[in-house]
Design a protein around this ligand. Structure first.
Ligand SMILES: Nc1ncnc2c1ncn2[C@@H]1O[C@H](COP(=O)(O)OP(=O)(O)OP(=O)(O)O)[C@@H](O)[C@H]1O
Length: 433
């Protein structure tokens, strides 16, 4: 699990900048993907077999230029397969770049794949010595750190057992305990912390914050964007092996989230009243949602519009939006109050706005029409909400559709805990000595 790299190979320490821990220059990485394309007997004996191409070149990284500042915590984000782990492995010296150079100014301690860097037949304790010596530490130095490593790992009872019997969580515990306690100058962590249990993860993060305070350069790959925004000073976004953005972590996370949302919106068909069932109540399509009411006015669909009045498959936290309730009235109804209910899958009622009773109620003419509920800023946080619609008059239901629609909410920036985002102003009062 833990791979330590002393200052060596292309990771030389020239008398160069003091403010950059890792310099990545024009780095590309090509992987050969081998495959046997002989799929039938005829092909197997064909003389042309020799000319069949047996591998593809795959460029996992393309022309990466990056400076990772010394003493900063740096996050790498991007889709699955975008090249994050490959870049970490190049920095850790596990792979060599196909083109370009990587120079690391400092002793690297890396926590990459589960089990890498451990000898399975050796005990946890002996693996600590092994990793420590690879890192260039003396036995005395390792002895001095041993108690802390064992305590941090919580593996007191297993430390003299061969690591081959460890669970994946135990590997992570020992690996992280070694990586952070052997005084790295540059710590590289690839997602593996996520394997540990809740309590251990919290301890890891506390320790990462502590290392950060001590000025250790940390490079982190994670899919937790909140963590990147919180813990990291800067971040880089990789997309298809290319560097898409680099800069202050919150800005990069926001750009990435916007792009993910855009992609999702493009991938999903826009609800079209004529040919799409997306906004049609479930009972109309599957006959399963409880519907009640006298039926003079019936809700026919719900659409979600963005601030430009465009129908969207989802709405965005903090952005202006309109929820459009379409209805059909079989006769003129002088007083209709329209209402919406938002409920989580687990049944928590989040909000229930209505258009107002009595004087404020709408007079509806026969035929089709719609009512808009418009918000300057959507307070719902990302997730899926079940939407109930109601068309009533002072307690008399014309139409009530219980949780018949789904509203998807996405975020363009980092979200807060909870179902809703409260916007308000904070101010500090006078202090009393
Ligand atoms: N040793 C290898 N041989 C061939 N292809 C590889 C090898 N290692 C990685 N790849 C390919 O390179 C691409 C980038 O992989 P990488 O693991 O760096 O992505 P990632 O951004 O870390 O993804 P994830 O978020 O899923 O961990 C992938 O398409 C992967 O299949």
């Amino acid at each position: 699990m833990t791979v330590f790299h002393p200052v060596e190979e292309e990771i030389e320490a020239p008398a160069k900048p003091v403010d950059v821990a890792i310099e990545v220059r024009g780095v590309t990485k090509r992987f050969r993907r081998y495959h046997d394309r002989r799929t039938n007997v005829k092909e197997l004996f064909s003389p042309r077999r020799a000319r069949v191409k047996r591998h593809d070149d795959f460029w996992a990284l393309k022309g990466i230029d990056l400076d990772i500042p010394r003493g900063k915590t740096f996050g790498l984000i991007g889709h699955n397969g975008s090249g994050k782990s490959t870049l970490l492995k190049l920095v850790a010296g596990i792979h060599r770049p196909t083109e370009g150079t990587i120079v690391a100014h400092g002793r690297i301690s890396a926590m990459l794949e589960l089990g890498a860097g451990f000898h399975p037949e050796m005990s946890g304790r002996d693996n600590v010595y092994l990793n420590g010596s690879i890192l260039g530490m003396t036995r005395k130095q390792i002895d001095a750190a041993m108690d802390d490593i064992i305590a941090f790992s919580g593996l007191e009872e297993f430390i003299d057992t061969p690591v081959k019997v460890y669970s994946s969580g135990m590997y992570v515990r020992l690996g992280f305990a070694i990586a952070v306690n052997l005084e790295p100058e540059i710590l590289i962590v690839d997602e593996v912390i996520a394997v540990g249990d809740e309590e251990f993860q919290r301890r890891c993060f506390d320790h990462l914050y502590e290392l950060r305070r001590r000025g250790v350069t940390i490079v982190l790959v994670t899919h937790s964007l909140g963590l990147v925004a919180d813990l990291c000073d800067e971040a880089a976004w990789l997309d298809g092996g290319k560097l898409k953005a680099v800069g202050p972590s919150r800005e990069v996370v926001d750009q990435y989230l916007s792009a993910v949302n855009r992609r999702e919106a493009e991938a999903q068909p826009q609800p079209q009243p004529e040919n799409n069932d997306a906004g049609v109540p479930a009972d109309e399509t599957e006959g399963r949602t409880p519907r009640r009411g006298s039926g003079e006015v019936r809700v026919t669909r719900v659409d979600y519009l963005d601030g430009d009045s465009q129908a969207r498959p989802f709405l965005t936290t903090g952005q202006p939006c309109t929820i459009r309730i379409s209805y059909q009235a079989v006769e003129a109804v002088p007083s209709v109050t329209f209402g919406l209910g938002f409920t989580t899958e687990s049944g928590v009622q989040v909000a229930g706005p209505n258009s107002g009773y009595g004087e404020a109620a709408f007079a509806v003419q026969p035929g089709e029409g719609h009512v808009d509920f418009t918000l300057d800023s959507l307070p719902l946080q990302p997730g899926e909400f079940l939407v109930t619609t109601a068309a009533v008059d002072k307690g008399h239901p014309y139409d009530f559709l219980d949780r018949a629609f789904v509203l998807k909410v996405r975020a363009d920036d980092v979200t807060e805990p909870g179902l809703v985002k409260l916007t308000g102003n904070w101010s500090l009062g006078p202090s009393v000595p």
